[in-house]
Structure formats: structure tokens, C-alpha cells
Design a protein around this ligand. Structure first.
Ligand code: HEC
Length: 187
């Protein structure tokens, strides 16, 4: 009897370890919401600084993207949260995608219309969150088809392998991502 019970408990334990790679249903919606709340202050801070800097011209704003984006990301990161930006068409190699993000980049690129945020379970109780980003008019001075000569020269100097040019408004550009330890729902 005791033996059978132990066997049963072992099985429950194994089954509960075997989690599907994608968080599902209501659970996924809750994790997506937690991810969205972690990314929102990053997006807002970056946009505000970018808009302000663009008023002085795109060549001044390049520094915002280059220095401030990683600074804001690390300010908003902690022991239980890491956030960043990545893309299939990278400007900076330091934004290279983590391996769990790659399949999402491919999927978003294949069907950008209807691309929506996703959450998945990672190892060690972490959750991965991705949110697609699209090109707006205000991105074009630095990511568009026709760049100002000075801007192009600055970008050439800073990013020799730059692939993040030639976009049109509405194109899929990349993702904001987060890795975090989820908060348990309150009961
Ligand atoms: C003033 C120039 C400028 C503008 C405007 C700009 N970017 Fe960028 N963007 C950059 C630079 C420079 C980098 C590289 C940053 C780094 O070194 O981490 C970058 C990097 C990125 C990345 C990270 C992935 C990569 O390729 O390195 C994403 C995503 C991105 N930009 C999206 C956007 C979007 C969306 C907009 C419009 C809302 C935008 N950018 C507007 C200059 C700009």
C-alpha cells in the first residue's frame, strides 16, 4: 500500500515537472499581462527620450538609442527581471536574440499581421515574454530607406554590420522581451 502510494506521488511529481513549453490558457494570459507591465515603463521612457532628442535632429537622437536604451533596460532590470530589445535585422550585435526568442522572431516575420505578445515557460521557474514592435514614421530617420547623409555616416561608424535600415512604416521591426519570475496569483 505504502509502496503504491509512493509510486503515485512520484508520478504526480513527474507529471507536474512535465510542463508544456507554452504557458496555456488563463495562465498564459496572466503571464502576458505581467510581461506587458514590465515592458511598458521601458517603452514609455525610451519613446519620451527619443521624441525629445529627435527635436534636435536625428543625429543627436542616435545617442539616446545607443546609450540610453541599454541604461534604461538595466535600470528596470533586477534579480528577478531582465528586459531588452532584439530583432531579426540587428543594428547592434549586443542586442542579439536569446535562443528562446528566435522562433518568435521567425513567426512574427512570417506573419506580421496579427502578431501579438506571447509568454512561455523557461527553465528554473522563469517566464519569457515577447512583444512585437512595428516601425512608425518617427523611426524612419534612423531605420528607413532614405537616411540623411550625416545620420548614415554616424550609423556607419558606430555599427559596421548594421542590418536595421530600409524599413517602411508598418514593417515588423523586432521585439521587446522580458525574462522574469512570475508573481503567484493572489488567492
Ligand atoms: C535617432 C535614431 C533612431 C531612431 C529615431 C530609432 N532608432 Fe531604433 N535604434 C537606433 C540605434 C542607434 C540602435 C542601436 C542601439 C544599441 O546600440 O543598442 C537602435 C536599435 C533598435 C532596436 C534593437 C535591435 C537592434 O537592431 O539593435 C529596435 C527594436 C529598434 N531600434 C526599434 C526602433 C523603433 C521601433 C523606432 C521608432 C519608434 C526606432 N527604433 C527609432 C537608432 C534609432
Amino acid at each position: 500500500m505504502l509502496k503504491r502510494r509512493k509510486g503515485f506521488l512520484a508520478m504526480v511529481f513527474v507529471v507536474s515537472l512535465w510542463l508544456p513549453p507554452r504557458a496555456q490558457g488563463e495562465g498564459e494570459a496572466m503571464l502576458i499581462e505581467q510581461g506587458r507591465m514590465l515592458i511598458t515603463p521601458f517603452k514609455q521612457a525610451l519613446m519620451a527620450e527619443l521624441k525629445a532628442a529627435l527635436k534636435q535632429g536625428p543625429e543627436h537622437a542616435v545617442i539616446v538609442c545607443q546609450e540610453r536604451a541599454p541604461q534604461i533596460a538595466s535600470r528596470l532590470s533586477s534579480q528577478s527581471v531582465q528586459i531588452g530589445r532584439t530583432s531579426p535585422k540587428l543594428r547592434s550585435p549586443s542586442n542579439a536574440p536569446k535562443s528562446w526568442v528566435m522562433p518568435y522572431l521567425e513567426a512574427y516575420q512570417k506573419s506580421p499581421s496579427g502578431a501579438s505578445p506571447k509568454a512561455l515557460l523557461l527553465k528554473g521557474g522563469w517566464v519569457g515574454y515577447v512583444e512585437p514592435v512595428f516601425v512608425a514614421e518617427m523611426c524612419l530617420p534612423c531605420h528607413g530607406e532614405r537616411l540623411d547623409k550625416n545620420v548614415a555616416a554616424i550609423l556607419d561608424a558606430l555599427y559596421p554590420g548594421d542590418k536595421a535600415r530600409g524599413f517602411k512604416a508598418g514593417d515588423f521591426r523586432g521585439v521587446f522581451w522580458a525574462e522574469f519570475r512570475p508573481k503567484r496569483p493572489e488567492r
